[in-house]
Ligand binder design. Structure first.
Ligand SMILES: [Mn+2]
Length: 326
């Protein structure tokens, strides 16, 4: 039996812009994750291969340490300039707000491209390519590379692999398709080392992170009626352990690993009076819908929202939402 990759339909205006335009600015969402960073770097490397000029609107300082090894990270600007370019490229951003400081720059650029896999994407650019059935935007950037006239490099393959690996929760979430795994195999063929990437991305935590994990675990609460497990990280926990906020991401995945859990939620105090809730679920609970009902967004199994309400009120509302859902 011969397996063929499912061909995705790429907006042709996007490939035309890549072929014929230069002077791009590449942006992703605030607090970028493995997919946002991997897609940004792989896209910039595609433009290099096509001999087009570009600038990257992602600062070196916002890259979490586990992604330091990715090819191109050290060339990222210290302080990205908010200046007009010919083509604005948004990767992995469901809406304008997710672009943070770079949102106003979008309006200064005569052309714009929006490539994303969030089902709630608002199609805010002139050219939109939204593919919610795709594992990650990095996978979409892979498809773009394959549709252009230049061969995929090992450097780009590494960035794409990391984006796919992290957005699928190490090939575990429901967005892991046969196609995703076939592409991953091809990336390994190109020289990406799964063990090397695993060591760097997942076995590279600080001891401070370990202490913070203990704090989060100790405070965890489980509700057997809804299958919700939640915990919270306060600013003082960061001070006490010395951990950084960006190191808290993996906590929510660990909480979800308890067998009887349907939904895991980590509530993080981002500044006094404001929290960010990260959500993970198992099928069939759609936490993307939950997050949207709370003013946030995301995918079926991974989502989040921001709130200024007190912790108790958030937990109560989420519990009520889950009771009505089931
Ligand atoms: Mn993504």
């Amino acid at each position: 039996m011969i397996f063929t990759r499912k061909k995705k339909i790429i907006n042709k205006n996007i490939t035309d812009l890549l072929d014929h335009e230069d002077d791009f600015i590449i942006a992703t969402h605030i607090q970028p994750d493995g997919d946002g960073i991997g897609a940004t770097l792989a896209f910039s490397q595609l433009l290099s291969a096509l001999k087009q000029t570009f600038t990257i609107a992602v600062g070196r300082n916002v890259i979490p340490p586990q992604y330091d090894f990715l090819p191109g990270v050290d060339d990222l600007p210290k302080e990205p300039k908010k200046e007009a370019h010919k083509v604005f490229v948004a990767l992995d951003a469901a809406n304008r707000n997710r672009l943070g400081d770079m949102a106003p720059v979008l309006d200064l650029c005569p052309n714009s491209i929006n490539i994303d896999h969030h089902p709630d994407n608002t199609e805010f650019a002139a050219e939109n390519w939204i593919e919610s059935s795709t594992s990650s935007v990095s996978e979409q950037v892979y498809d773009l590379w394959k549709s252009m006239s230049v061969p995929l490099t090992k450097a780009a393959a590494t960035c794409i692999y990391v984006g796919m690996l992290t957005d699928t929760g190490r090939w575990q979430y429901s967005n892991t398709t046969p196609n995703t795994l076939r592409i991953a195999a091809e990336l390994v063929d190109l020289g990406v080392s799964p063990v090397d990437v695993f060591n760097k991305v997942y076995e590279n935590y600080s001891f401070e992170w370990f202490k913070l994990l203990a704090v989060g675990m100790k405070k965890a609460v489980f509700d057997g009626n809804t299958g919700l497990v939640y915990t919270f990280i306060e600013l003082k926990d960061l001070v006490e352990t010395g951990a950084k906020m960006e190191e808290t991401e993996s906590l929510v995945d660990l909480l979800r690993s308890v067998g009887s859990v349907n939904v895991a939620m980590v509530i993080k105090e981002t500044k006094p009076g404001e929290i960010k809730a990260s959500l993970r679920s198992r099928k069939p609970v759609d936490v993307g819908k939950l997050a949207r009902d709370f003013g946030g967004g995301g995918h079926m199994n991974a989502a989040g929202f921001v709130s200024t309400e007190p912790l108790d009120a958030i937990v109560e509302k989420v519990t009520r939402w889950l009771t009505a859902y089931s």
